[in-house]
Ligand binder design. Structure first.
Ligand SMILES: [Zn+2]
Length: 155
């Protein structure tokens, strides 16, 4: 896993202008139930943040967007679904997506909204799939309009 992460960080920094930080995230494989638990607790935290930060932002918590895996900023941990083996382009693309969030986090990149933070993650995931002749729509049922909505600030 460490070797794979190193390769992916190199690829991301070379192709998508992300900081080449090799301080790898923790990786945890979790059950669907645990994934839901983590997601729920993170959404709660994000909503509290939002309230504290003041109303006005329509941005949804980032965590609600990632259907297949979760990145926890605080714990610097990527949660992958149990059964993830990294043997298909689609599985690795999920890791690529969450790794972008890790680089954004440790690189302290700033964003106006959750959607703006998603944009490079989806772009990287799509680019990775393209290397294998695949797409977000084909592998995950994410059509371009859905991705567009998820990766822009709603104002
Ligand atoms: Zn994401």
């Amino acid at each position: 896993m460490e070797a794979l992460l190193t390769v992916l960080v190199t690829w991301l920094s070379a192709n998508l202008d992300l900081p080449p930080i090799y301080d790898h995230p923790r990786i945890e494989m979790v059950s669907a139930a645990k994934m839901a638990e983590v997601r729920y607790s993170r959404i709660g935290a994000a909503q509290l943040d939002r309230v504290a930060a003041e109303a006005g932002s329509q941005a949804l918590p980032e965590i609600g967007h990632d259907v297949f895996a979760i990145y926890d900023d605080v714990g610097r941990t990527i949660y992958l679904p149990q059964g993830w083996t990294g043997t298909t382009p689609a599985e690795v693309s999920v890791l690529v997506h969450e790794l972008v969030h890790h680089l954004q986090n440790v690189g302290r990149l700033a964003f106006d909204c959750a959607g703006e933070r998603e944009k490079p993650a989806y772009r990287a995931q799509a680019r990775w799939l393209e290397l294998f002749g695949k797409s977000l729509a084909g592998e995950f049922g994410l059509d371009p309009m859905t991705v567009l909505v998820r990766t822009n600030c709603m104002r």
